[in-house]
Design a protein around this ligand. Structure first.
Ligand code: FE2
Length: 210
């Protein structure tokens, strides 16, 4: 299985420069390349049908790094995909995402305060709003680096990169809140509804099959 980098036609965002986007997309392509390279190297260990004792240290290191690279690739795809030029504002009151924040947090504003606070946590990583497929409820989580803190089985609905590379060309390291404001002014809310809709569809299919 070889992954191909996805194409994102992103430019002219509010508060996130084209220079940042260009650099960030190159970083993303690096994750795709490294995911493919590690996957290929791991498959070489398995050619003879087993990983022997001598191979285990090198094999283990590659497997651990794969979690970092794989999540780095996938999270960046969610991130770029939930941004658009002239996005932002707040989601419509009858939008699925807005209604999901009301039912999960009591109000959209409480959800937003929680999500932004996760984004402002110290450290390098991501703020992610997930939907629990079992209950349909939304919850916001901090992910360190790319792989520590992802909730197994939960589905990412809104993904915000808060590594410094996401904003250092536009803001000082101490100005992460300004970047987060800029991120919010570029969200493609319709993508979030599509993500929620796809999950509902899958759930419907499952329940029909049961
Ligand atoms: Fe990034």
């Amino acid at each position: 299985m070889t992954y191909k980098d996805k194409q994102f036609r992103l430019s002219g965002l509010n508060g996130i420069s084209d220079e940042t986007l260009e650099m960030h997309l190159k970083l993303y392509q690096g994750y795709v390349k490294e995911t493919n390279r590690l996957t290929e190297k791991i498959s070489e260990f398995l050619k003879d049908g087993n990983v022997d004792q001598e191979e285990m240290p090198a094999y283990s290191e590659l497997k651990r790094r794969l979690g970092f690279e794989y999540n780095g690739m996938v999270l960046h795809e969610y991130y770029f995909d939930n941004l658009k030029k002239h996005g932002g504002g707040d989601p419509d009151r009858d939008a699925s995402f807005r209604r999901a924040t009301d039912s999960s947090f009591g109000s959209y504003n409480i959800w937003k305060a929680d999500f932004m606070s996760v984004g402002n946590m110290r450290g390098v990583g991501w703020a992610i709003c997930y939907q629990d497929p079992a209950s349909g409820q939304l919850s916001n989580h901090w992910v360190t680096l790319h792989e520590t803190g992802n909730v197994a089985g939960f589905n990412p609905i809104l993904v915000m990169d808060v590594w410094e590379h996401a904003f250092l060309l536009d803001y000082k390291p101490t100005e992460r809140p300004k970047y987060i404001e800029a991120f919010f002014s570029n969200i493609d809310w319709s993508v979030l509804d599509v993500r929620l809709g796809n999950l509902m569809h899958r759930k419907d299919k499952r329940s029909r099959a049961a």
